[in-house]
Design a binder for this molecule. Structure first.
Ligand code: TXA
Ligand code: MG
Length: 349
């Protein structure tokens, strides 16, 4: 290791330690994870957790995920931990998987929105792990939803976090630090599996992500069930979520050319997100993403933000194959487009 790299590492260590002290003091810290950036608070301090809800503008009955170190003692956080949890942890932690378990009685229900469960995740990002190891000597948990305003696109860079919270990240704002760990590798939020109702429902996939249902099934021996009405509430599972300000509309590949033509004739502007070549278009901005789920997920949120900045009347997204490997990406796109399903009609009227 050369001297400059060593100095940078030392500086980074100091920044992380300072952030851990801020968390211990009840302040908010935004930090990178391999999925998206999180807005963190001490999970055992209800006042600190309340600051997350206030900053995000999120209803306080929505639970947040508690992030722990790889060395964490899960029995501190959860009770009745089933063998399936250990199997999934052995296969996927540290990594983009959140487990919903029965909450230990001394863990404040502020982190679970009043439900008797707790969501636990051990992130693989080195900056997240360094922060967790410094915070309360590695024995604490950091409650962190994605670091965006409620319902908006999740951040995958430190700059996105600052763009989301211009006031809160300024001097004297509620967010004491924003740690920069580069662009999040995975790009969409963790896969969430509910293991609290195994006897009646089996494992339930509450939110698809980079770890697919098929990968979970390989470890669990059964395909996880789709969420039912009794499933724990999860804001990432609301119909409308992950949305930029510009309306998003999903359009089948073979309908794209005619849709763009109609918009042009109606005098409407559009931005385009495709995964195939579409030659020259009239789009105000056009981004082409990889035609492969991991690469697409990696770029998805940053590209939605970039297209949003074009201030077009609509963002057209070329629809993706409706198969299992695209489940996580399709889930996010469907929720981003949910509120704008009637937009094309009114733009073309
Ligand atoms: O990848 C991720 O999971 C990111 C990073 C920061 O770790 N976090 C994230 O948090 O996406 P958030 O709050 O935006 O989404 C967490 C989801 C929510 O839909 C929440 O309701 C659900 O997890 N969740 C958390 N704890 C839960 C619990 N006890 N029961 C049911 N759902 C829970
Ligand atoms: Mg979120």
């Amino acid at each position: 290791m050369n001297e400059i790299v060593m100095q940078e590492n030392q500086q980074q260590q100091q920044v992380i330690q300072h952030a851990a002290r801020q968390l211990e003091a009840g302040m908010l810290v935004a930090f990178p994870t391999e999925t998206v950036y999180g807005l963190g608070a001490d999970a055992e301090n209800p006042d600190a957790v309340a600051r997350i809800y206030a900053a995000k503008g999120r209803p306080s009955n929505h639970p947040v995920i508690v992030h722990v170190t790889p060395e964490a003692d899960l029995s501190y956080w959860a009770t009745d931990i089933p063998p399936q949890a250990q199997q999934l942890i052995a296969a996927f932690w540290p990594g983009p998987l959140t487990l919903i378990l029965k909450r230990a009685s001394h863990i404040p229900d502020a982190v679970s929105g009043g439900q008797d469960s707790v969501g636990l995740r051990c992130p693989s990002h080195p900056v997240a792990q360094a922060l967790l190891r410094s915070f309360k000597g590695g024995k604490g948990g950091v409650a962190a939803p994605s670091a965006n305003k409620f319902g908006h696109v999740s951040p995958t860079t430190a700059q996105h976090v600052i763009d989301e919270f211009p006031d809160e990240t300024g001097v004297g704002g509620a967010i004491a630090a924003v740690l920069d760990g580069g662009q999040s590798e995975v790009g969409i939020e963790s896969t969430i599996v509910d293991l609290t109702r195994l006897a009646t429902h089996g494992p339930v996939l509450l939110r698809p992500g980079d770890i697919s249902a098929a990968q979970l099934a390989e470890v669990l021996g059964v395909m996880p069930a789709a969420p039912d009405f009794a499933a724990p509430r999860a804001s990432g599972t609301l119909d409308a979520h992950y949305a930029p300000n510009t309306p998003v509309v999903l359009v089948a590949s073979d309908a794209l050319a005619s849709t763009m033509q109609q918009l042009k004739e109606a005098g409407r502007s559009f931005a385009l997100m495709s995964h195939g070549q579409h030659g020259k278009t009239e789009a105000l901005a056009h981004l082409m993403l990889p035609a492969e789920p991991h690469g697409y997920a990696h770029d998805l949120y940053a590209d939605l933000r970039a297209l949003d900045a074009a201030h077009a009347d609509v963002i057209l997204v070329e629809a993706l194959p409706d198969d299992r490997e695209w489940q996580g990406v399709n889930d996010r796109l469907r929720r981003a487009a949910f509120d704008s399903r009637d937009v094309l009609g009114s733009l073309l009227a």
